[in-house]
Design a protein. Structure first.
Length: 289
């Protein structure tokens, strides 16, 4: 009944069409019972082939429309620091090649972005590698390793010469940490447990890149963030990265996609540019694919 409504046909008309198709192909496409109809092995193969064919047809139509002036839409999900640092330059260069393509950039936590990807609301996610449960059914291509650091503004007491800097001292200071549920928050908490500490009640929780860097420069809080966000300010002497590090605080970032999704020429070009730019960024540690 649902299929008939979608197609704008009566139920008998849909059933008759399916029987005619089965007769033509000489196979049974559905196992029918009082509880409904379920695709057989032959039905599943035909469905998969038809779905792939429709995807190719859609890609061809989009490419043709793009040549006629209609705008193609690419939907990219990215971590806040990627959105604020490297992605703008990539998108700007991409649009020199594809001026009739709109790039929609969505920022958020890894879990939020992966949920949108599964729903078909995003084409790709640039983010951290989640656990196996969250990544089930998805494909991840590693780009670089991202380090989590403890940072303070240059005027912060812990940044002054002779200041005692250890994890116990840090945890006594007002601290800005990633929001609960994010991968970097989970990695922070695992690091603290491994080091024999319990996570404190953090004064501020945020993953907003702009907010975090302003908080660091205000020199009022110790900020737990990704190294990429503070690399330039650290090189300029405005921010001090405190000497607290561990392999627990490092994790892979890459491209997450839904396997089998058709990539048009524009999306393939953009992803190639992302791979090239992010993999060679000097603040990133490469481990070949």
């Amino acid at each position: 009944m649902a299929a008939a409504e979608v197609l704008g046909l009566t139920q008998p008309a849909v059933s008759r069409s399916i029987r005619e198709l089965e007769t033509t192909l000489d196979v049974t496409l559905f196992d029918r019972s009082q509880r409904g109809a379920v695709l057989t092995v032959h039905g599943r193969k035909l469905f998969d082939a038809a779905e792939a064919a429709m995807a190719l047809l859609t890609e061809g139509l989009q490419a043709t429309q793009g040549m006629g002036g209609s705008r193609e839409l690419l939907r990219i999900g990215a971590l806040p620091n990627v959105c604020g640092l490297t992605l703008p330059g990539i998108v700007d260069d991409f649009q020199q090649l594809y001026p009739h393509t709109t790039v929609r950039v969505v920022s958020g936590s890894n879990s939020e972005l992966l949920a949108r990807l599964r729903q078909g609301a995003l084409d790709v996610v640039i983010g951290r590698l989640s656990d196996s449960t969250a990544m089930h059914g998805l494909s991840f291509q590693h780009l670089y390793d991202e380090s989590i650091v403890f940072a303070v503004g240059s005027a912060h007491p812990l940044a002054q010469p002779g200041a005692r800097v250890d994890l116990g001292t840090l945890l006594e200071e007002p601290m800005l940490a990633p929001i609960p549920g994010t991968i970097i928050r989970q990695e922070l908490e695992r690091f603290l447990v491994k080091s024999g500490f319990v996570a404190p009640d953090f004064a501020i929780e945020s993953i907003d890149a702009g907010f975090n860097i302003k908080t660091i420069r205000a020199a009022t809080h110790v900020v737990v963030t990704v190294e990429a966000l503070v690399a330039d300010a650290s090189a300029a002497g405005e921010v001090v990265i405190l000497p607290i590090s561990d392999e627990t605080l490092k994790g892979p970032v890459g491209l997450t996609t839904v396997p089998g999704t058709q990539e048009g020429p524009a999306l393939r070009t953009l992803l190639t540019m992302v791979r090239e730019r992010l993999s060679r960024a000097p603040i990133h540690t490469e481990i070949g694919m």
